[in-house]
Ligand binder design. Structure first.
Ligand SMILES: C[S@@+](CC[C@H](N)C(=O)[O-])C[C@H]1O[C@@H](n2cnc3c(N)ncnc32)[C@H](O)[C@@H]1O
Length: 288
């Protein structure tokens, strides 16, 4: 395709080929999403135009496709990530929220509702874009939701998302391991999707390896559990007796995380739960 070939069917077919050749498994979807982005319409509308044929794509589509072919994340090109019914602003400097983290949100929302408290206190450690914190607040508006993020760039994205979504979440810039001293022992639910990739396991996908911040990826030890266990220790300090920690982990880390939690004797019980594909991804632990 050149910028003079902009009929939508021909252009999207061309883009799909370019993206597939670049090793992008989701090439047809990405080609369509970029077309929608260029047209300023929803993806469903772009799909309709694709079926009808004849619509012209604006100039710039080819350049966007070329950028995506260098493995710049799709969400960096559109500026958005969809998560649990919310549309979040994302870009360089912040971890792109993943669909599997919606499983964490489901367990967190259940724990918040089960707390039986009128205004449950929820803290999201390692908030990144704020995805989990905003999803919980959107589901349970009566909750008082707090979040903390160490990386100033990521914190900036979370603040931008709060303004965009209009959700009342307090977002602190600092280290989650010392966050919210004033709430020690008072919190009903702590959520956390920490960095947990083992230190020497560099991700294969360039979108992750080259564009997600290292601080968001690596768990700080050979098994990747050093940071998650440090976050669990802070959660134990923040939670009230009977309060609940909901933490995401890699599918191979469930047993190790449960062992780490049981070594601390802070937890009355801890269980591991699968995501929608059946892989164990979320630990739910109840404070003693
Ligand atoms: C895997 S990302 C998760 C982001 C977001 N919760 C989500 O699910 O999309 C982990 C986040 O933890 C942040 N982080 C790492 N160490 C931290 C620390 N000690 N205190 C606070 N945030 C930290 C990273 O900057 C990154 O934004």
């Amino acid at each position: 395709m050149t910028d003079s070939t902009t009929e939508i069917r021909a252009a999207v077919r061309w883009a799909t080929g370019v993206l597939a050749a670049a090793g992008i498994a989701s090439a047809p979807v990405d080609a369509l999403v970029l077309a929608a982005h260029c047209l300023g319409v929803e993806t469903s509308e772009a799909r309709r135009l694709l079926v009808l044929g004849g619509a012209e794509l604006p100039q710039g589509y080819a350049a966007l496709v070329a950028e995506r072919a260098t493995r710049v994340p799709l969400q960096h090109l559109t500026g958005f990530a969809h998560f649990h019914g919310l549309t979040l602003l994302v870009g360089p400097g912040v971890f792109i929220p993943r669909p599997e983290t919606e499983t964490l949100v489901s367990y967190a929302v259940a724990a918040v509702r089960d707390s039986g408290v009128d205004t449950p206190a929820v803290i999201d450690l390692c908030t990144g874009s704020g995805a989990v914190a905003f999803a919980v607040k959107a589901e349970v508006p009566s909750a008082a939701v707090y979040a903390v993020e160490l990386d100033p760039l990521a914190h900036g994205w979370a603040i931008a998302n709060r303004e965009r979504l209009g959700l009342d979440v307090e977002i602190w810039l600092g280290d989650a391991r010392t966050a919210y001293e004033e709430l020690l022992g008072l919190v009903d639910v702590v959520t956390c999707n920490p960095p947990y990739i083992p230190a020497d396991q560099v991700p294969v996908d360039p979108e992750v390896r080259d564009h997600d911040p290292a601080l968001a990826l690596y768990g700080g030890s050979g098994d990747g559990l050093a940071v998650p266990l440090a976050m669990a220790a802070r959660a134990a300090e923040l939670l009230k007796p009977g309060g609940v920690l909901v933490m995401e982990h890699a599918d191979v880390q469930g047993a190790g995380l449960l062992r780490g939690l049981s070594a601390s004797d802070s937890w009355r019980r801890a269980d591991d739960h699968p995501d929608l594909t059946g892989r164990p991804r979320v630990t739910v632990a109840v404070r003693d």
